[in-house]
Design a protein around this ligand. Structure first.
Ligand SMILES: [Zn+2]
Ligand SMILES: [Zn+2]
Length: 180
């Protein structure tokens, strides 16, 4: 099971919604080539991503940039700015400004590179759970009908959603046995 995330962006007047896999890496590199995002000489570009990783709630960035003259096709460029990252650690919210780079080729956006702050170990747990099978059922903690993971490999069938599992401290809230 691969968890997905969405990047919403606005390039001048054009909206895009880009679906990509979640990354478990301090650098987030998003390939936007298939979306044919075409710049003009003067540009404003705004984007946000919700929950790219467990302890990161939101990444948002705003760029204003221009080309001195029309770039040839295949002329590579980059625009450097900062994105704001909202994240949480031990249930406390923080924000930080991290470098963010747009790569261009001619008038087209190619990739967005975002630096993410500080890992928590929870993020390694989130990665581990991506290797377990997902079932659609009611989470035993929040009762939401959603994608859940069975936390045991015994005969018990105790399923929780990812957000709830990551709040658990290695013990199943139903049977008190340790969880996967
Ligand atoms: Zn839940
Ligand atoms: Zn259990």
């Amino acid at each position: 099971m691969i968890f997905k995330m969405s990047l919403y962006c606005l390039l001048n007047k054009d909206n895009f919604k880009i679906e990509c896999d979640k990354y478990y890496n301090p650098l987030l590199l998003i390939d936007v080539k298939p979306y044919q995002m075409k710049c003009t000489l003067t540009n404003s570009f705004w984007f946000f991503i919700e929950n790219p990783r467990h302890n990161i709630d939101l990444v948002s960035g705003f760029f204003e940039f221009y080309f001195k003259n029309s770039p040839d096709d295949y002329t590579l460029g980059q625009v450097i700015s900062k994105s704001m990252v909202l994240y949480n650690k031990d249930r406390i919210n923080y924000h930080d400004f991290m470098p963010c780079i747009l790569f261009t080729n001619g008038f087209f956006l190619q990739e967005i590179l975002i630096y993410l702050p500080f890992h928590t170990f929870t993020f390694f747990r989130e990665l581990k759970y991506t290797f377990l099978p997902i079932e659609y059922c009611e989470c035993g903690v929040c009762f939401e009908e959603t994608q859940c993971i069975n936390v045991h490999d015994n005969q018990y069938h105790h399923c929780f959603c990812l957000q709830c599992i990551l709040q658990l401290h290695q013990v199943c809230p139903i049977c008190r046995l340790s969880i996967l």
